[in-house]
Write a protein that binds this ligand. Structure first.
Ligand code: ZN
Length: 121
């Protein structure tokens, strides 16, 4: 018997399905009933990573344009950022964008995720 565990994400633009795990089980012995602690931890870590990835993508998507003139920010580079969670540390690419020239700024660039990922989760 196979158990497919999926993450179904619903947004205003539609629905997305990602497979988190596929467990194969027979029912011949007690040790095959249910899921193990190791499988549960791996499943939660995968779930956490995929949920956070989608949240960060959504966070960046609504901030990719200048709020003053609606011009898209130009990408400069990116660096890895580590986000500590109950289910393990997650590393993501954190983009750095140029400030928009329509307004004066104290810096030439900014990293939008550093405003969000200031504390542990
Ligand atoms: Zn602007």
């Amino acid at each position: 018997m196979k158990f497919k565990i999926q993450l179904v994400t619903q947004t205003e633009t539609g629905e997305d399905i990602q497979e988190l795990a596929c467990l194969e089980r027979e029912t011949e012995g007690l040790e095959e009933i249910g899921i193990s602690l190791t499988e549960a931890k791996a499943l939660l870590a995968t779930l956490q990573k995929q949920v956070v990835e989608q949240q960060l993508a959504a966070y960046l998507a609504v901030r990719q344009r200048c709020p003053e003139c609606a011009q898209a920010f130009r990408h400069k580079d990116q660096h890895p950022v580590v986000f500590r969670t109950l289910f393990g540390n997650l590393e993501f690419p954190s983009p750095r964008w140029f400030q928009c020239a329509c307004q004066p700024h104290e810096t030439h660039t900014f990293s939008p995720l550093t405003d969000l990922l200031t504390e542990h989760c």
